[in-house]
Design a protein around this ligand. Structure first.
Ligand SMILES: [Zn+2]
Ligand SMILES: [Zn+2]
Ligand SMILES: [Zn+2]
Length: 327
């Protein structure tokens, strides 16, 4: 089932900004600010939502960069640092290291400097400046280890742990836009929502599209909410590609909470067996969105044949549902 927030996000890609670009926030975390603003809290992480639609072929992603997350605390945007191979401290800095060729002592040049000239702290020999070989090396300020190649580490700004890059969580970032199929998919769902709203309006309901309804202590985003204040009748509408039992159950629960009759629209014309059973039991009204945008009372169950219309019409009468235009 496409959530109201998800549909909002896809419609924005279809009609407004045509792509969502990742941005790096202050702490290094990755954000899709426009997309995140469009989603509701219950939709979860924006990155997960975008990836899910990309997997389904609704969105396509163009590779932008990668982000690394902390395996300890999941914080995004780890920072690169070099570290000492002996003690793992990041406080290892590139320094000019001087080596006394005769005895082999290697240390920062300042170690050799005395008031009266250069002296090797190891063998106590007075030195001329060309007795020392100089090269750029790392010196650890924690344990004094001198080394040429530091370890590569990623450092977490949140929990302050350091990890080898391969132990962190790597995630590729993409710039997302709708595929041609995705554009059609979005349009199909948007039209189904609008048609449901229009039909309810014709039945003299006061209709709100893409709104929230107040449940018991929580507000729930819904595709359509319709109320007939005179009759005290309420309807909530959910649009789904292929409604599944679990999602429909959650939607019926919301409908119960707000005292509304649930209407589920399938944009593929198919539903799972348990959803059809609920419809048969008049717990909800099930409709199919046809390719031309009209709503139809026929739907397929599982892989089976279309379920009959007469049964549906009886149910429609039983729950005093709007007479959806059929045929
Ligand atoms: Zn060290
Ligand atoms: Zn020496
Ligand atoms: Zn961390």
């Amino acid at each position: 089932m496409v959530s109201p927030g998800e549909l909002r996000l896809l419609i924005e890609l279809s009609e407004g900004e045509d792509e969502f670009t990742p941005e790096t926030g202050p702490g290094g975390a990755v954000e899709y600010p426009t997309a995140a603003r469009l989603l509701d809290e219950r939709d979860g992480e924006v990155l997960d939502v975008l990836e899910r639609f990309a997997t389904r072929g609704v969105l396509e992603g163009e590779f932008v960069s990668k982000v690394y997350s902390c395996p300890e605390c999941s914080e995004q945007g780890m920072q690169y640092t070099t570290a000492c191979p002996a003690c793992e401290s990041a406080h290892a800095v590139e320094t000019t290291v001087a080596e006394h060729r005769a005895c082999g002592l290697a240390a920062p040049e300042s170690y050799f400097e005395r008031e009266d000239g250069l002296v090797c702290p190891e063998c106590e020999t007075s030195l001329r400046t060309d007795d020392l070989d100089r090269r750029e090396q790392y010196v650890c300020k924690e344990c004094e280890e001198v080394f040429e190649t530091p370890e590569h580490r990623l450092w977490c700004r949140e929990c302050l742990y350091m990890f080898p890059p391969e132990e962190t969580i790597e995630r590729a970032l993409y710039r997302y836009r709708l595929t041609d199929d995705g554009r059609e998919w979005t349009e199909r769902h948007r039209v189904a929502r609008e048609t449901a709203a229009d039909s309810l309006e014709e039945r003299r309901f006061e209709v709100s599209v893409d709104t929230t309804v107040e449940g018991e202590g929580t507000s729930h985003p819904v595709h359509v909410f319709a109320e007939d204040p005179l009759m005290g009748e309420r309807r909530v509408v959910s649009v789904a590609e292929r409604p599944t039992g679990e999602r429909v159950e959650a939607f019926c629960e919301i409908a119960r909470e707000v005292g509304a009759h649930p209407i589920v629209i399938t944009t593929t014309g198919a539903v799972s067996e348990d959803v059809a059973e609920r419809a048969d039991a008049a717990e909800l009204t099930l409709l199919s969105a046809r390719p031309d945008g009209t709503l139809d009372s026929e739907y397929r169950v599982g892989e089976g044949a279309p379920r009959g219309q007469s049964l549906f019409q009886r149910l429609t009468a039983a729950v005093d549902m709007p007479a959806w235009k059929t045929q």
